[in-house]
Every structure is written in C-alpha cells, then in structure tokens.
Design a protein around this ligand. Sequence first.
Ligand code: B1M
Length: 215
Amino acid sequence: MFDLTPLTEAVIKGNAPQAKELTEKALEAGVSPGTILQEGLIPGMAEVGRRFEAREYYVPELLIAARAMHAALDVLRPLLTESEEVQPLGRVVIGTVRGDLHDIGKNLVTMMLEGSGFEVKDLGIDVAPEKFVEAIKEGNYDILAMSALLTTTMPSMKATIDALTEAGLRDKVKIMIGGAPITQEYADQIGADGYGEDANQAVRVAKQLLGLPAD
Ligand code: B1M
C-alpha cells in the first residue's frame, strides 16, 4: 500500500519538486490518478486552508502550496483527461468569475469534464460577465460553467446570468456553478441550472443538464 501522506505534506509545505516527484512515484506504484487526487492532494490543500484560517499561514504560504498543487496536477492532467470519446458529449465554456483568482478547483473540474468526454474551453480567472457573454455569442456551447471561491465574488455569477439574459442568450445554454462558498440554494436563488459540490459531481450535473445517462 503506497503511503500518500508525504505527498499531502509536500503540498502543505509548498514543495513543488517533491509534490511532482511523489505524484510520479505514486503512479509508478500503481495508485490511480483519482486516488492520488482525492487522498493525497486535496487533503493537503484542505489543511493549507485550515492553517490560513487559523492564521498559521498567510498569502505567501497559500501561493507556494498552490504552486505545489499545480506541479502535481500537471503530472495527473494527461491521465485524468484521457478519454475514448471521439464525439464530445457536449461543449463547455468555463471560468473563474470576475475578481476571483482561485483556479485550482476550476482546473480540476475542467480536467474531470475533459476526462469524461466533454470538450472544454477554459477562459481562465477573473472572467468578466461580458467575456462570458461574448464566448456564448460566438461559440457553440451547451454549458456555461462558473467557479467562485470568495463570498465577495459570488455576485459576479448573478451578474453574468443577468448579462446573458440582457443579451438574449440565457436560453442558449445551461448554466452550472460551483466553488467552496456556493450552495444549491444559491444556485436556485440566482437562476443557475445546476450546482456541483466537487469535480466529480460537476461531471454528473453536466451530464444531467444535457439529458445524458450518468454513466
Ligand atoms: Co484564497 N481564500 N484568497 N487564495 N484560498 C480561500 C478561498 C479562503 C476560504 C481561505 C480562508 O479564509 N479560509 C478565503 C475566502 C473567504 C471567503 O470569501 N469566504 C480566501 C481569501 C480570503 C483569499 C484572499 C482575499 C486573501 C488575501 O489576499 N487576503 C485572496 C483573494 C484573491 C482573489 O481571488 N482576488 C486569496 C488568494 C489566494 C491565493 C492566490 C494565494 C491562492 C489561490 C491560488 C490559485 O488558485 N492558483 C489561495 C488559496 C490556495 C486558497 C485556499 C487555501 C485553497 C483553495 C483551493 O485551491 N482549494 C482556500 C481555502 C480553502 O478552500 N479551504 C482559500 C482546493 C480546491 C481543489 O478546492 O477550489 O474549493 P476548491 O474546488 C473544489 C470545489 O469547490 C468544486 O470542485 C473543486 C474540486 O473538488 N468546484 C466546483 C470549484 N469550482 C467549481 C465549479 C463547478 C463545480 C464545482 O461547476 C462549474
């Protein structure tokens, strides 16, 4: 049984080279990418968040932890996004909303969607409502997916939905939202079509929104 604790520790300490190396070693030892993610990496970021809340960590520690997480995710990305689908299940445009720079969760959702056969266009972070509207106008997307990690940026989700409605495009796409402060109640309140609590659920919700079978 491969011990993932050192990997969790590498994320907590923000040791990017070690996080990368331990992820590679775990894969070589036959640990699945999903297990590495759920049992090695995500608990590391959760602990980083706890330390930040307890004021044991400050922004620089968050940044170096995020860098370590990205180094490990870069190793997992090709494996998580491997898909046998030829025709995409659907087309998704995703972004972290205006004012928000958190992208680890969004990147995970992107990888899981791609790995499940969706084609995903990632608009990145700090995406203004107008940019989402422009993408929907110009691209042929089935789902608009928004991520927010700050209570102060959650209203950008509603602003984006309002901007789409104003542009007459609201009915053109299904809207899915998620991120640590987001709830189903909030999704209902702002008129989103779906809410995903984590990256796995995001895939389930995306399939549900397009009327596709769960598996
Ligand atoms: Co910030 N930060 N941060 N931060 N940060 C949080 C979010 C915070 C909760 C920490 C805390 O106080 N405990 C807090 C927010 C408080 C609040 O609003 N309630 C906070 C704060 C305050 C801030 C700053 C304001 C700090 C400051 O400057 N004083 C600042 C804001 C900057 C900005 O965005 N404008 C800031 C900055 C940063 C860094 C840049 C340093 C860094 C981000 C680096 C990066 O992303 N590239 C950072 C980090 C790392 C965090 C924590 C520690 C970790 C976030 C993370 O990556 N989690 C975070 C504390 C925490 O969450 N415990 C915190 C791991 C990731 C896998 O989980 O992103 O939740 P998550 O994604 C999950 C689900 O939410 C879901 O699936 C994902 C996978 O399971 N999901 C979706 C996400 N998007 C989805 C979309 C979907 C469906 C599901 O459908 C579309």
